[in-house]
Design a protein around this ligand. Structure first.
Ligand code: 3NM
Ligand code: MG
Length: 513
């Protein structure tokens, strides 16, 4: 029989000075429950048994009157002695079946699940809920087995759903007020979503645990500011093409801010492309001013072309600032698989925030595919070896997994939001002969997204078409003899398409291939 337990804000305690500081454990739990913690696990790896029982009883005195279940980590004997509602057992603790025999059918028993196999076993053996993790690396727990990311959590939820398990789930590891909404959003599988988030330090280490719990509870009640709007029409290819010029017109009239954190090579070119298409570029690599810039209502491009640990910190600060207000964000994971620094960089950025669009070539997108927690199966890294069908399948599946838009560029560009997929074969080979053509496509798409926030796939299609049709027009000009003369002609043609769009001449987009 299902017990009506609210798992939405699951507090796991920690009595170590590094986290609890000099605060009183019972007072912190009391405050957290007042703030909205819905279930509490007393986790204490060091106290003697008598102390464990005494403290558990003291905690129960504050949780029980609030109808908040109290569970004990590992220790079935302590749970029995203190008369609390249940236990949480890890994979190395007393097994679930024995715990159930001892505590009976009404006890709440949760199990840690780090993998699909552990999750399915615990669900089959009758766990009430699973603590799924470790989501993000966390200093709170040493020796965590593996970091599975939001994609790893989603993979486990999908398997549970496909096996028909309705076991409750919370995730754990590095969850806090900055990422809780995103984690709930990005982990959702088609037929199963998390029932809550479990936190230690986000509440236990806070100076004001009640405020911290209140804040978390109010966040997890609503989708993140960047969540896809619930009604997005299922457009045909021709519908997309027909709508594109009107969106470019809107952008040119509004002149949205496009904040670029880009590499050293393309700063100037990207700024000129932004001006030509009708957005307002700002090239700032200082993460500390990102919140002020995000408040101006524009979009953010993060380009990994020049990367150092210090630059990454700035990228993460800016990403958080735009995510907090729902400002559109685009990641260009330049050379994502090339070096260990870059592989780590993609991982850190994808773990650190939400990107509305991730744009890259085949190799980069394949790196992205494996970067956020799920291992790639049957795909070699390195050379471009996938067929068009395989590329489409890959792009669609990553977009569905990340709940965002993935664009894989190539002679045929593939762009998908996981449900709708568009291929575009415009462009010109000169784009491959100049620096920054990929980077400035990112600037173009992000600029369009700043004004088309409801349907970001449509924004991406608009950006790609404007960019690649301008390249075709430039390359065909009699005065263009090669890549050198191509660059100014390309800027002119981008400007020309913008002018055509603002004056209502929208036939240019019919050149879409
Ligand atoms: N269990 P914080 S991670 C207690 O992966 C615990 O099973 C984990 O702490 C697991 O919220 C973890 O401070 C610590 O990151 C989570
Ligand atoms: Mg344990």
């Amino acid at each position: 029989m299902a017990k009506p337990v609210d798992y939405s804000l699951y507090l796991v305690t920690d009595s170590t000075p590094a986290i609890l500081g000099d605060k009183d454990l019972v007072a912190v739990v009391k405050a957290a429950v007042e703030g909205g913690a819905t279930i509490v696990q007393y986790r204490d790896k060091t106290s003697d048994t008598a102390d464990l029982v005494r403290i558990a009883k003291a905690l129960h005195n504050v949780t029980k009157p609030a109808n908040v279940p109290l569970l004990i980590n590992d220790r079935v004997d302590v749970a029995l002695a203190a008369g609390v509602e249940g236990v949480h057992v890890g994979q190395d603790d007393l097994d679930l079946k024995s715990a159930r025999q001892i505590l009976g059918p009404n006890a709440i028993i949760g199990v840690t699940a780090n993998s699909e196999e552990e999750a399915l076993t615990a669900a089959r053996d009758g766990a009430d809920y699973l603590g799924v993790g470790t989501v993000f690396a966390t200093p709170t727990k040493e020796n965590t087995k593996s970091i599975i990311g939001t994609a790893g959590v989603q993979h486990i939820l999908s398997s549970l759903a496909s096996q028909g398990h309705d076991v409750k789930t919370v995730c754990i590891g590095g969850i806090n007020a900055r990422n809780a909404q995103r984690v709930l959003y990005q982990t959702a599988a088609p037929r199963k979503r998390l029932d809550g988030v479990a936190v230690v330090s986000a509440i236990m280490a806070s100076d004001n645990p009640k405020e911290a719990a209140l804040k978390l509870q109010s966040l997890i009640e609503q989708p993140p500011p960047f969540a896809r709007s619930s009604f997005i029409p299922d457009l045909s290819r021709q519908d997309f093409i027909t709508r594109v010029p009107g969106i470019i017109k809107r952008m040119a009239n509004k002149k949205p801010l496009c904040h670029n954190m880009t590499n050293l090579v393309v700063q100037n070119f990207a700024a000129n492309v932004a001006l030509a298409i009708g957005s307002s570029p700002i090239m700032s690599n200082n993460g500390l001013e990102a919140a002020d810039l995000a408040a101006l209502g524009g979009s953010l491009v993060i380009n990994m072309g020049t990367t150092t640990p210090e630059i990454r910190e700035n990228h993460l600060k800016s990403l958080a600032a735009y995510n907090a207000v729902g400002g559109p964000t685009l990641l260009d994971p330049v050379g994502a698989g090339a070096t260990e620094q870059r592989r780590a960089g993609v991982k850190a950025l994808m773990a650190g925030g939400y990107f509305d669009v991730i744009k890259g070539n085949e190799g980069e997108i394949r790196q992205v595919s494996g970067a956020s927690g799920v291992k790639q199966h049957g795909v070699d890294s390195g050379a471009s070896q996938l067929s068009l069908d395989q590329r489409i399948t890959l792009v669609k599946s990553i977009a569905a997994r990340e709940h965002n838009i993935i664009l894989m560029t190539g002679s045929t560009d593939i762009v998908s939001d996981g449900e709708r997929t568009v291929t575009i074969s415009n462009g010109h080979e000169y784009l491959g002969e100049i620096t920054g053509s990929g980077c400035t496509l990112g600037t173009t798409i992000a600029s369009v997204m700043a004004v088309e926030r409801d349907d970001k796939l449509l924004a991406a299609v608009a950006g790609i078409l404007m960019y690649e049709i301008a390249a075709e027009r430039a390359a065909e000009r009699a005065d263009v003899k090669g890549p050198g003369t191509f660059i100014p002609a390309f800027i002119d043609e981008l400007y020309g398409i913008r002018q055509q769009s603002t004056s209502g001449k929208d036939s240019w987009a019919q050149a879409a291939k």
